[in-house]
Ligand binder design. Sequence first.
Ligand code: HEC
Length: 98
Amino acid sequence: MKKIALAILFAGVSLMAADGKALTTKCVACHGANFEKAALGKSGIVKGQKAAAIEASLKAYKAGTQNKAGMGNLMKGQVATMSDADIKTVAAYVAAIK
Ligand code: HEC
């Protein structure tokens, strides 16, 4: 039973991974096409960060608990409508950008 659940989970994740690019189209204006820029000259550089760190950041923005440069509310708006699964997909996609 556990194996089946895991298989479904992985199938779901790999299907959703295709949406990473679509989910990040709105991010690139501030963070750069490859997330290589400090957004609005304020954020840390997201490129090169590990998926787990990006996921934690995005979840914290959604929860309203991260505000590194005084612009946490702006990022909260960016991720407000994303599900936890969307956030995971985005984090994996961005972490894989070379
Ligand atoms: C309007 C400009 C803008 C857009 C669009 C935007 N961001 Fe941001 N982002 C910022 C700013 C400014 C910060 C710094 C927020 C703070 O004060 O903590 C930030 C911070 C971040 C951080 C934390 C970086 C660090 O300091 O380690 C991540 C991760 C991130 N954004 C990802 C995203 C993703 C993914 C999207 C698209 C869904 C997105 N951003 C869309 C401006 C933007």
